[in-house]
Design a protein around this ligand. Structure first.
Ligand code: URA
Length: 238
């Protein structure tokens, strides 16, 4: 069961900022399951009954969706240039959803959207990065030493990539392109494109086919489905 800090839950209910929520708690105005709580940092669950000045707070239920992001869509919640964003696809839902990590504007594929801050933090923490399966259409053909480099470590902008899995899916000698699967456990900015560029091959097209154990099976571009409770729990255990 998801446990969260009391001040965070109060803040997420839209009653006060995190700081102001802490003041409400220390002032003795908050009760959990009928008992006044003045200590900061106590954890509550979705089932805890929380009141502020004896008024129950409204808890937002937690939801996570697997979205098949189309190309040509921004991953952030807002865009200065008023381009379509991933949140636009969820505008009919009454939750404030955020993407877990990012996919580039011109990258398609599996993107998780959630209002579960704990899940997002857990999955984005560098220590817990889950496997992400990308398929890239690259210019030219990878040489054995380039494959070795991708699989062991590529350095760009002072960043050293961790070991990756590389698999050539298809080579087209006429068009001088290759379709390559790359599995990484990180999420550095433009990481896949930069890795290929660094070993000498531009990426013409990029898609993320899988995020952890979640594939896009059954979805078409622009569609989403809600994750089951079991799937969310499995992600938390990874
Ligand atoms: N790596 C990239 O270069 N772009 C993405 O969108 C995701 C990973």
């Amino acid at each position: 069961m998801t446990e969260e800090r009391l001040q965070k839950v109060i803040a997420e209910a839209g009653i006060a900022s995190r700081r102001a929520a802490e003041k409400l708690i220390t002032a003795g105005r908050v009760k959990v399951d009928g008992h006044v709580v003045t200590k900061l940092g106590i954890k509550v669950t979705t089932f805890s009954n929380i009141t502020v000045d004896d008024e129950p707070i409204e808890r937002e239920s937690l939801h996570t969706y697997l979205f098949y992001k189309p190309r040509g869509i921004i991953s952030s919640a807002k865009d200065d240039k008023k381009r379509k964003t991933v949140t636009d696809y969820f505008s009919a839902l009454p939750y404030r959803l955020y993407p877990i990590g990012r996919l580039d504007y011109d990258t398609s594929g599996a993107l998780l959207m959630t209002n579960d801050g704990e899940l997002a933090n857990l999955l984005m923490h560098p220590k817990n990065e889950v496997a992400k399966v990308y398929v890239a259409k690259i210019k030219g053909h990878l040489a054995p030493d380039e494959i070795h480099q991708l699989a062991t470590c590529v350095t760009f902008d002072g960043f050293h990539s961790r070991p990756a899995r590389v698999k050539i899916i298809r080579s087209d000698p006429k068009k001088k392109i290759q379709i390559v699967q790359l599995i990484i456990h990180e999420g550095h900015y433009h990481q896949v494109k930069r890795m290929f560029e660094t070993v000498g091959h531009d990426v013409e097209k990029l898609a993320r086919e899988q995020y952890a154990f979640l594939t896009l099976e059954g979805l078409i571009s622009g569609e989403w489905r809600e994750l089951s409770h079991e799937e969310v729990e499995k992600l938390k255990r990874l």
